[in-house]
Design a protein. Structure first.
Length: 270
């Protein structure tokens, strides 16, 4: 898999102002509407109501898309990126790469810290995914150019961001309550998002799992378009790839692989 726009490669040697300028350019290039090479209906809820990837085409529908989950782990200052590509419930390919980081974590500039490892891992893929599901923000970002946007625009592949914390923006309803499974609360741009008109829908808080007990609760995920996907379709795709866990299957599998790869890298470095 090769970048279509290598000029957007996340160079950690840039100054902070240069990084932010590049992010604005990436956001201006990104498409936050549906421009998909697959039918989103092939990623769906089954008849039993369980949220799962469609695994067949016996009814004449197209095969499910190739979905790549991307997640990172760290061994000291080495970023380890894992990519797991699935078609339905079949794992097609899995790769990982380790790259030493050159800058510390800076809110809003995550791609310049972790992007090198992600690019290295994606370059190892033999297949070309139809969709990237990235552990990180997409449009829910100070300049609408989170990790999912940066990677999606570079490769010109539909991408969605799945984050565990809200980086910026304002929920359209209070999240200080226990949300039931399937609940979606829009996240809109506010003054913290410098590249979007206030009130613009930039993603959703999506409740993918919840406990029945009143004494326990699961926080929502924050999902947002990265590239070539709308906010509503992003929430649909994440919900359809969530199968009983909080995390969607693509990033859950990548998270597990990243942990295994981290142990391997630690052993090699010791």
């Amino acid at each position: 898999m090769k970048p279509v726009r290598p000029e957007f490669a996340p160079d950690p040697a840039l100054s902070r102002s240069e990084m932010e300028a590049l992010q604005r350019e990436i956001a201006a290039t990104a498409v936050f509407d549906d421009d998909l090479d697959f039918d989103p209906a092939t990623v769906r809820h089954d008849d039993a109501g369980q949220q799962t990837l469609d695994t067949g085409s016996d009814d004449g529908r197209p095969d499910p898309p190739l979905v790549a989950g991307i997640d990172q782990a760290f061994v000291d200052d080495v970023a380890v990126s894992a990519v797991v590509v699935s078609r339905g419930d079949e794992i097609v390919e899995r790769v990982h790469a380790a790259v030493e980081t050159e800058i510390p974590y800076i809110p809003g500039l995550l791609s310049f810290r972790e992007g090198g490892a992600i690019l290295a891992a994606l370059s190892e893929l033999d297949c070309d995914p139809d969709l990237l599901v990235v552990d990180g923000s997409g449009r829910i970002h100070f300049r609408e150019a989170g990790l999912a946007t940066h990677v999606g625009v570079m490769f010109d592949v539909p991408a969605v961001g799945v984050a565990k914390n809200l980086l910026c923006g304002t929920p359209r309803e209070s999240l200080d309550r226990k949300l039931s499974t399937g609940t979606r609360v829009g996240i809109e741009a506010d003054d913290s998002v410098e590249t979007a008109t206030p009130g613009t829908l930039i993603g959703y808080a999506l409740q993918t799992r919840q406990y029945d007990s009143p004494k326990r609760h699961v926080n929502p995920l924050y999902v947002s378009p990265g590239h070539r996907v709308s906010a509503d379709t992003t929430a649909d795709l994440v919900a359809a790839t969530t199968d009983g866990y909080k995390l969607p299957e693509p990033t859950r599998l990548a998270d597990s692989d990243a942990d295994e790869a981290k142990a391997q890298v630690r052993s090699e470095l010791s």
